[in-house]
Design a protein around this ligand. Structure first.
Ligand code: A5P
Length: 226
């Protein structure tokens, strides 16, 4: 989709020589990776940390040098997609199942740039079902605890089998319809013992780059991020 492409490509302009770059996951970041590949062929030198096995494979395809997170002190900049972005730049992520690695990499980063098409901008989070990564042990109990928070909690499937994350865990997609207090919900979900993390990213984005249907790109800065 063109609006994803123009947003994803624009973010690559923020990458400069010598940086350690976090590479997000998804169809918008795909265009960032492809553009970074071009810049590397023209002489850009970077090292990158991938947030998923899918992104690792794409980085290799585009000639982007990867290093494990364990070998870096800090990440200069991470570029990632989102499923929803609210007016305070709180996010829902994890539609592609990579939320846990994405959040760890975002946490290790000095800056997080979000790339999205304009359909991702919402007044209030929650139309997109919130992905929650849970351990397999006690899964049925964790599912009941998530439902107890007032959502329809649906285990993610891959064909006729449970979907497994890159970390070997399950995903539950939680439909709340509306999430008026994302910070409270983030805490309540992560307080459930079987939950590893959820797809709410609160106060993390520093810049949101939006690709619009009319072919323009908007750059929106956040005042709230760390
Ligand atoms: C991956 O788990 C997600 O967090 C993606 O970053 C998010 O789903 C956005 O994906 P697209 O860019 O493909 O819409």
């Amino acid at each position: 989709m063109e609006s994803k492409k123009i947003a994803g490509e624009r973010a690559a302009d923020y990458v400069s020589d010598g940086m350690v770059v976090g590479l997000g996951t998804g169809s918008t970041v795909y265009w960032t990776l492809s553009r970074l590949g071009e810049k590397i062929r023209q002489g850009l030198s970077i090292r990158a940390v991938a947030t998923s096995i899918q992104t690792e494979a794409l980085a290799k395809k585009f000639g982007i040098a990867l290093i494990p997170l364990s070998e870096v002190e800090t990440i200069d900049l991470t570029i990632d997609g989102a499923d929803e972005v609210d007016p305070e730049w709180n996010l829902i992520k994890g539609g592609g199942g990579a939320l846990l690695r994405e959040k760890i990499v975002a946490d290790a980063s000095k800056r997080l740039i979000i790339v999205a098409d304009e359909s991702k901008l919402v007044h209030s989070l929650g139309k997109f079902p919130l992905p929650v990564e849970v351990v397999r042990f006690g899964f049925e109990w964790t599912l009941r605890r998530l439902s107890g928070l007032g959502c329809v909690a649906k285990p993610r499937q891959s064909g006729d089998k449970p979907y497994l994350t890159d970390n070997g865990n399950f995903i539950v997609d939680c439909s709340f319809e509306s999430i008026p207090r994302p910070r409270d919900l983030h805490r309540k979900i992560n307080d459930i013992p079987g939950v590893i993390d959820n797809g709410l990213f609160i106060d993390r984005a520093n810049l949101v780059i939006v690709g619009c249907l009319d072919g323009t790109v908007k750059e929106l800065s956040s005042r709230k991020a760390k």
